[in-house]
Structure formats: structure tokens, C-alpha cells
Design a protein. Structure first.
Length: 300
């Protein structure tokens, strides 16, 4: 097992099991992409030092071609994407936004929330498309939307952990409390957290619907992998039910038995009779994935 696969298996507990049906080469490529993104995230979240911030800034500069490539992460990215300029630019956008996490984050409103989710996870959807040579704009927009949905789920799952680290990703317009206030929230404060998490999960559901409607463009085994991974992520939100404030106290996990049931249902849904899915991407803008679309794709 490669180092990338070890990182993938250890940390991607919802995604890694879903890739077991893939050929070894595909699993390895996905693991390498995950390891790159995980390294960037760890530099901001787990390290957060001045040296880590300087390295992130250097990585961004190297990806944008403004300085000579020396960082091992950029070397690995160039190998994985064969030096593709579009992939480099996308990864540079991700790095630039992750760099901001080193100074603490308090999201202002839902527009900033979606912009953040696009930069740190919608970009990963685009990079996933690059691994499979998918260039169609609409397919890429739906992949970005799925990445956004998963990131919104992550934000809900980690709300307590992030608050203890001085970060608040739930918008202030939905939850005005500071991270310090969330750490020791009153009953009224916990009720506000429940309401904000409910809104975040509702937004995530719109993006799951939009993103999953793009699955037909993927090879069958990859389609199965993405469907199962998305279903397992979705289950995190459903595990909270109406008690979103529980995420203040601990990270919510989906029990193994529930994961098996969720995965089986996801597989069955792939082979139901074709039906049309219509979903609107709510976040307008010029960057990839920021579209308003009611175009219909057929579900397999």
C-alpha cells in the first residue's frame, strides 16, 4: 500500500470504503488526490503555524507559475495531472482559500459560505473530473456542486471542533454567536445552532441533488463509488436528525450497520428505472460551478 493509500484509508472514512470496487489504478489516483488535499488542509488546520502559512503561500505561487517548483506537493500534483494548467489553477484556488484558514474563519453570510465551500471542495470536484478527462462544463458544475454538498456536511459535523479552534463556518446571519460562545452555549444558543445546522443541511441537500444528477457521465464503477460516498456523507446529517446541537459536543459518526444499509440503498438506486432530476444551483457567479441551471440529465 502506498503512502497516499494509507492516508486515504486512515482519514477518508466515508469515501475510502466506497472506492473498493474500483480498479487499483483508479483507487491509487483518487488516493493521491486525497493525500494532496489532506496535506493542504492539515497545514492550515492542524499546524496553523507561520511556517505552515508560508509553505501554503509558496505552494500557491508555484502552482500559479510565478516561482520555480520545489515543493514536493506541487511536484506530486504535476505528476498526477501531467502538468495540466487547468488543474494547476484549480488547485491554486483551493490552496489560496485554505491559506485563509490559518488566520481563523468566521463566515458572514450564506453567500460567503457557498464561496468558501466552492473554493475548498467544489474545486476538488473539478479536480476529480480532471482525473477522468471530463471537460463538459455542465458535468463539471455538477461535480463542483457535489463537492460543495459534502463540505457543507463536514461543516455541520465539525461545528464544535471548529469552535474550539476559534473558527465558525456557519454564517453569522444564521448563527451570530462567536466561536467562544459556541464552546459553552446556553440552551438558547444551542437552539440557534440547531436552526443554523438545519438550514445548512437543507442547502447541502440541494447540492447533493444537483451534483448526483451528473453521475451518468462517469464510468459505471466510478459512478457507483461516488454514489456510495455521497450517500455516506448524507447519512451524517441524517444521523443528527433534529438535534444538530449535538455536534457541539462531539463529532457525529454513522454506525457501521447504518453505513452498510445506506451503501446498499445507494447501489439499488443506481439501477432503478430512469427518471429525470431537476435541481437548481443557487450560487450565481463566473467561476466554474457557479451556475443557475434547470437543465435535465437522465439518471441511469
Amino acid at each position: 500500500m502506498s503512502d497516499a493509500e494509507r492516508i486515504f484509508t486512515q482519514h477518508a472514512r466515508s469515501f475510502a470504503p466506497a472506492t473498493r470496487l474500483l480498479p487499483r489504478a483508479d483507487r491509487e489516483r483518487i488516493a493521491r488526490l486525497y493525500a494532496i488535499c489532506r496535506t493542504l488542509d492539515d497545514l492550515a488546520d492542524r499546524d496553523g503555524s507561520r511556517a505552515a502559512a508560508q509553505r501554503l503561500a509558496r505552494i500557491e505561487a508555484e502552482l500559479r507559475g510565478t516561482t520555480v517548483v520545489t515543493d514536493p506537493l506541487v511536484v506530486e500534483a504535476d505528476k498526477l495531472f501531467a502538468g495540466d494548467s487547468q488543474s494547476r489553477a484549480t488547485l491554486a484556488d483551493l490552496t489560496a482559500r485554505v491559506l485563509q484558514d490559518t488566520t481563523g474563519v468566521q463566515i458572514k453570510d450564506d453567500t460567503e459560505l457557498l464561496d468558501y465551500a466552492w473554493h475548498v471542495a467544489g474545486t476538488v470536484g473539478l479536480l476529480f473530473c480532471d482525473l477522468y478527462g471530463i471537460r463538459a462544463a455542465e458535468a463539471r458544475a455538477r461535480a463542483a456542486s457535489l463537492g460543495i454538498a459534502m463540505q457543507l456536511t463536514n461543516i455541520v459535523r465539525d461545528v464544535g471542533e471548529d469552535a474550539r479552534a476559534g473558527r465558525r463556518y456557519l454564517p453569522a446571519t444564521w448563527l451570530p454567536a462567536s466561536p467562544a460562545e459556541l464552546v459553552d452555549a446556553s440552551p438558547a444558543g444551542r437552539a440557534e445552532v440547531r436552526a443554523a445546522i438545519h438550514r445548512t443541511l437543507a442547502l447541502a441537500e440541494r447540492h447533493y441533488s444537483h451534483g448526483l444528477s451528473g453521475l451518468p457521465v462517469l464510468p459505471l464503477r466510478v459512478r457507483v463509488t461516488v454514489m456510495v460516498a455521497a450517500a455516506l456523507y448524507r447519512a451524517i446529517g441524517r444521523q443528527l436528525g433534529g438535534r444538530g446541537d449535538l455536534a457541539l459536543d462531539r463529532r457525529v459518526h454513522v454506525p457501521l450497520g447504518t453505513k452498510v444499509v445506506v451503501a446498499c440503498r445507494a447501489l439499488i438506486s443506481l439501477f432503478r428505472p430512469a427518471g429525470a432530476v431537476t435541481a437548481e444551483y443557487p450560487h450565481a457567479g463566473s467561476r466554474p460551478g457557479h451556475i443557475n441551471s434547470r437543465r435535465r440529465l437522465r439518471r441511469p
